[in-house]
Design a protein around this ligand. Structure first.
Ligand code: ADP
Ligand code: MG
Length: 586
């Protein structure tokens, strides 16, 4: 008896659907993308019961000709490409011609569409197992309705979560898809209730709106590095945005998940917010199609860059350069509205570490990194000298007084400056430690009992090619035989870290990104903690001279505008705002 059978088209479609349609939000993604591709400038999404009962997407795009309608639900039928060469210049979201056929194989699908060249609309639906297409009143554009998702596939249905979880997945996909398309108005209804309205507006405004923060809390970046265009929205403080799903990543306007971009963001932010793993951010990169492959996965959420490490470096450098601002130089940190109370409240430090015995911190001593607190007293020039020589007011102004032992009040040409002295000093120390580590030759600790590690072929090759890099970081590694290596020296600073696992991570980073990001991040976290322990504590009485010296150091320090946890170190209240408070007309 013959054992091998040709699968029916329906089964083939259902299997293929498994790759694209995992849950209602995957349907939402495909339908929204089709609407974007149609050139629509208004798109609305309605779901009921988490999308399991019904998903409806309506757009005002170019529509589908009635003779094309029956084809639109066929497998591998698309209007977006003809030959494989088109892949290199494709600018639409779709191109594989799989979504509608996959969706129709696992749901009840109905399409109503009126093409821009036709006077009436047409309706494509299944009647008694056969597809029919007949005239139907319709406005210009397309409506796709998907009902009873997975009704034929109970195994799939069982994997779905509660309808509130499914609808929040749908909402996430909706926001991620919508945010980047500034020229389209977006509407989202859940169980008939309108829950999101995004009229056409700039991405910065949308980002702020979605995250429910004010626009002046967001740093907007728009730069070009070689062929790579980079746009980003970075909130000044991530206290308000703690949800991982609020990372919006795009490559050529497609929402993606990408390890390279995530790592670049993580390491850029590490300098600002060490220890905080989750950051709300929008990052969009544009690069020529030849440098990126979207045809990696049927869902098209993963991409492959031709040069991973170039993309990594470009993003990292751009973000870093924009974050690396000594206080008072680039941002005004201005409190611009009269909602001062709220903003100050949200900036307020959580808790200040209370013991101050850490000036004699043994770790710090062993690193040769003495606290700079004393230097605040002696190193800087006399304040009057400063005024005479410069004849101008420095960005953070001159100290007036200390408030509650926590804040420094200072006067500059704009008005009043308030500085969180612990946060500011913490940043100054952190940057100084990092510099010491960068500039000094790393001290290597030789291990009495070398550690043996086994590597696979690729890892072994990476170690051999990067011997120099590894030893400059303080790791001395020798080959024993083809895949066994011995670690005989480690950087003194790494004494508290699990050597075996960190070496594995370093090797993986070196082969993926060309740099050892994970090690640097651990080292920074460690130094950040030392800095936090060593910085001036609350209730430390400071003289005016010490305060002024702290302000001058802040102006010289990279990232001086933020403490190591990403909170602002200072803020400005302009005279005009103070005038507003007192209703004083000027
Ligand atoms: P793909 O998007 O990869 O081409 P789909 O299965 O998603 O494949 O869609 C098949 C075809 O149906 C598209 O190529 C397009 O021509 C047409 N189509 C689907 N949705 C729309 C829409 N909202 N507006 C206009 N045309 C559409
Ligand atoms: Mg499509």
């Amino acid at each position: 008896m013959k054992k091998i059978l040709q699968l029916s088209d329906l089964v083939i479609d259902q299997i293929a659907a498994g790759e694209i349609i995992e849950r209602p939000s995957s349907v939402v993604k495909e339908l929204l993308e089709n609407s974007i591709d149609s050139g629509a400038d208004s798109i609305s999404l309605r779901i009921s019961d988490g999308g399991t009962a019904r998903i409806e997407v309506t757009d005002n795009g170019e529509g589908i000709n009635h003779e094309d309608l029956p084809l639109s639900i066929e497998r591998h039928a698309t209007s977006k490409m003809k030959s494989i060469a088109d892949l290199d210049r494709i600018s639409t979201h779709g191109f594989r011609g799989e979504a509608l056929s996959a969706i129709s194989s696992v749901s009840n699908l109905l399409i109503i569409s009126r093409s821009i060249n036709q006077n009436s609309g047409y309706r494509l639906e299944k009647v008694n197992e056969d597809w029919t297409c007949h005239p139907s009143p319709s406005r210009k554009g397309t409506t796709v309705i998907v009902e009873e998702l997975f009704y034929k596939i109970p195994a799939r249905k069982r994997f779905l979560k509660s309808s509130s979880t499914e609808s929040s997945h749908c909402k996430n996909i909706f926001l991620k898809t919508a945010l980047i398309h500034e020229g389209i108005s977006w509407y989202f209804y859940n169980n008939e209730k309108n829950i999101v309205n995004l009229p056409t507006m700039k991405i910065l405004q949308r980002f702020a709106k979605i995250n429910d923060i004010s626009v002046d809390m967001v740093n907007y970046i728009d730069e070009q590095i070689g062929p790579i265009k980079i746009k980003a929205c970075l909130p000044f403080s991530n206290n308000e945005i703690r949800k991982k799903n609020h990372q919006f990543l795009y490559v050529n306007n497609r929402a993606v998940k990408d390890r390279t971009l995530i790592h670049a963001i993580k390491s850029a932010l590490e300098d600002v917010t060490h220890g905080s793993k989750e950051s709300g951010i929008m990052l969009s990169i544009d690069l020529p199609n030849q440098l990126v492959d979207f045809n990696v996965h049927p869902g098209k959420v993963e991409v492959r860059f031709k040069d991973n490490s170039a993309v990594y470096q470009a993003v990292l450098t751009t973000l870093k350069n924009n974050l690396n601002n000594p206080a008072g130089i680039k941002y005004t940190n201005e409190i611009s509205s009269l909602g001062i109370q709220n903003k100050i409240a949200s900036f307020k430090k959580k808790s200040l570490p209370d013991n101050s015995s850490s000036f004699q911190n043994p770790i710090q001593k062993s690193l040769g990194l003495e606290s700079r607190y004393d230097s605040l007293n002696f190193e800087m020039k006399d304040l009057n000298n400063y005024r005479n020589i410069n004849n101008s007011v420095p960005p953070l102004g001159f100290a007036l007084a200390q408030l509650q032992g926590i804040y420094i009040l200072s006067e500059n040409s704009e008005g009043l400056v308030i500085v969180d002295m612990h946060a500011a000093h913490e940043r100054i120390l952190f940057e100084e430690y990092k510099k010491n580590v960068d500039e000094k030759n790393i001290k290597i600790q030789n291990l009495l009992n070398p550690i043996k590690i086994e590597l696979d072929n690729k890892e072994a090759e990476t170690v051999i090619n990067n011997k120099q890099v590894l030893s400059s970081m303080g790791f001395i590694i020798f080959k024993i035989d083809s895949n066994s290596f011995s670690i005989s020296g480690v950087p003194e600073l790494a004494f508290k870290i699990d050597i075996r696992s960190i070496v594995h991570e370093i090797i993986r980073d070196l082969s993926d990104f060309g740099t050892a990001e994970s090690y640097e991040s651990k080292l920074k976290e460690f130094l950040g903690n030392v800095a936090c322990k060593s910085a001036v504590k609350a209730n430390k009485i400071m003289s005016l001279k010490e305060m002024n010296n702290l302000l001058r150091l802040m102006e010289k320090t990279d990232f001086g505008g933020k403490c190591n946890h990403g909170r602002p170190t200072w803020t400005q209240i302009s005279l005009s705002n103070i005038d507003k408070i007192f209703m004083r007309g000027r």
